[in-house]
Design a protein around this ligand. Structure first.
Ligand code: TXA
Ligand code: MG
Length: 334
């Protein structure tokens, strides 16, 4: 049965609508909801059957653990075993917000959530709808991004509908998510802490609170053991093959057009594109780019392009998360 879609006010969510979504979660259903990063696909994190439905809906390998969303630091402590001072400092600085902390898991968290592993990833989201839902459901919610595994993350309810309509019970539609890119995932079980997935909170911001952290090297080689799906190769990928170029991309776009391909082009230049090219002019600020990024790729897929050419952003560290996603999106399917 296709999902029910309810619109909610992004700033002041209507309590009746949130209560309905909470009820579905409490009875083991799946609800897609907006966070400040991307839409999440939520289930009661303490109900193994409900969580199993997330894996089925996404076609996600059971080896990929989920993020547990909670409303408060106290609830985060309840799903972990041990709460180091670094966790407290980071939580006080960045929560509610797009930072996910990996810590030893509490025995109450079912294995299906953590893919059988000894750690749990936890965060307090900032979006008023997500917070209202967590408070109304009175539950920790396991919620990955609400897309099929390896595909583009959803920043609008319609992206969720397109990908997962048949698999979920309800979508709370609060319009586009403001951040547009996933949370930063930080492993606090190692010394120094290790950045597992770059995201909206930058390494420099984290280091200003806890001192030096370990950066990810490059996307893991396929033979490496799976530490985090954030380290998988192809991920966050549009339907059309995507390639990155170090100049503005015009020449490559021209070449592909001459081969008769329909080309999508993410660029910083608003000079006119070759005839027929689907050009999207991207912001020069990294956070503004992030907010636009997945939506732009969804648009190009919708317009049916055969190929996407992306002009690479600057190499500075404020673009780390964007480079990470571009690199994975450009990986060939294996
Ligand atoms: O912004 C976000 O984080 C969004 C919204 C919905 O909160 N969620 C999200 O979830 O991106 P997902 O499942 O698409 O990505 C979760 C990331 C993966 O890279 C996964 O490897 C990592 O978090 N992760 C989850 N649990 C982990 C654990 N116990 N150890 C290491 N990495 C973990
Ligand atoms: Mg995801």
């Amino acid at each position: 049965m296709p999902a029910e879609l309810i619109s909610v006010n992004a700033l002041a969510p209507e309590p009746g609508r949130i209560a309905r979504a909470a009820e579905i979660l409490r009875s083991g259903g799946l609800v897609a909801f907006p966070t400040e990063t991307v839409y999440g696909l939520g289930a009661n994190a303490l109900d193994p059957a409900a969580v199993a439905r997330i894996f089925t809906a996404k076609g996600r390998p059971a080896t990929n653990p989920l993020i547990v969303h909670v409303a408060t630091i106290e609830q985060a402590r309840d799903v972990t075993a041990g709460w180091p001072e670094t966790a407290q400092r980071l939580a006080e600085r960045f929560w509610p917000g797009p930072l996910t902390l990996v810590l030893p898991k509490n025995a109450t968290v079912p294995d299906v959530v953590t893919a059988g592993g000894p750690t749990v990833a936890v965060r307090v989201p900032r979006h008023p709808v997500a917070l209202a839902l967590l408070n109304a459901a009175c539950l920790p919610l396991a919620a990955p991004s609400a897309n099929r595994s390896t595909k583009l993350s959803p920043t609008r309810a319609e992206h969720v509908l397109r990908d997962l309509a048949e698999h979920i019970d309800l979508i709370l539609d609060a319009g586009p998510t403001p951040g547009g890119l996933e949370s930063t995932v930080l492993d606090l079980t190692t010394q120094p802490p290790r950045l597992l997935r770059p995201g909206l909170v930058s390494p420099a911001e984290i280091e200003s609170i806890v001192g030096p952290i370990k950066r990810p090297v490059a996307p893991a080689a396929p033979a490496e053991p799976l530490r985090s799906p954030g380290l998988l190769g192809r991920h966050y990928a549009p339907r059309a093959p995507l390639e990155c170029v170090s100049d503005d991309g015009r020449q490559r776009v021209q070449e592909l057009c001459e081969q008769g391909l329909r080309v999508g082009w993410l660029t910083f230049t608003n000079e006119e594109a070759p005839q027929g090219v689907q050009q999207i002019v991207m912001p020069r600020d990294a956070l503004a780019y992030a907010a636009r990024f997945y939506a732009a790729l969804h648009e190009l897929d919708q317009r049916g392009v055969d190929r996407i050419v992306v002009a690479l952003p600057p190499q500075s560290e404020d673009w780390l998360a964007i480079h990470d996603r571009l690199q994975r999106a450009a990986e060939k399917a294996r």
